[in-house]
Design a protein around this ligand. Structure first.
Ligand SMILES: [Fe+2]
Length: 129
């Protein structure tokens, strides 16, 4: 597992198909929330162990980022997101690390992500933060 998003959250690619379909195992730290980010791909995240506070964000008509919904996920619970611009989210384990299987429509490890600052509206593009 290697660091993802520059923090205590880690991930490992389990399989990546030639057409881009990519399955990852993610470990979301309870210590800190991931930055608000996207993957430039649709995705499905299913918790296999622990609990995750998933926040889904959207860019409003005023150009500001806001939380569209927030969900607590336990083992077997999942969320889905669509292609950009509807793929913006942040996650944090609750009390303990949350282990999740995340399926992406593209090989997201080779596609730069957007990192959003909800307070300033600043957007940075990077493969890792
Ligand atoms: Fe993500």
């Amino acid at each position: 597992m290697t660091s993802l998003h520059g923090g205590d959250t880690t991930s490992a690619v389990l399989q990546s198909d030639p057409d881009g379909l990519t399955l990852m195992l993610g470990r979301f730290s309870p210590q800190e929330e991931t930055p608000v980010h996207n993957h430039n791909s649709w995705g499905i995240a299913c918790v296999v162990q622990g609990r995750d506070r998933y926040r889904h964000w959207e860019v409003g008509e005023d150009g500001r980022l806001r939380i569209l919904y927030e969900k607590e996920l336990g083992p077997g619970s999942f969320v889905t997101w669509l292609d950009p611009p509807r793929d913006i989210h942040s996650q944090q384990g609750i009390d303990e690390p949350a282990l999740e299987l995340v399926l992406f429509g593209k090989n997201v490890m080779t596609i730069p992500r957007n990192y959003y600052n909800p307070n300033t509206g600043e957007v940075k593009t990077a493969l890792s933060q």
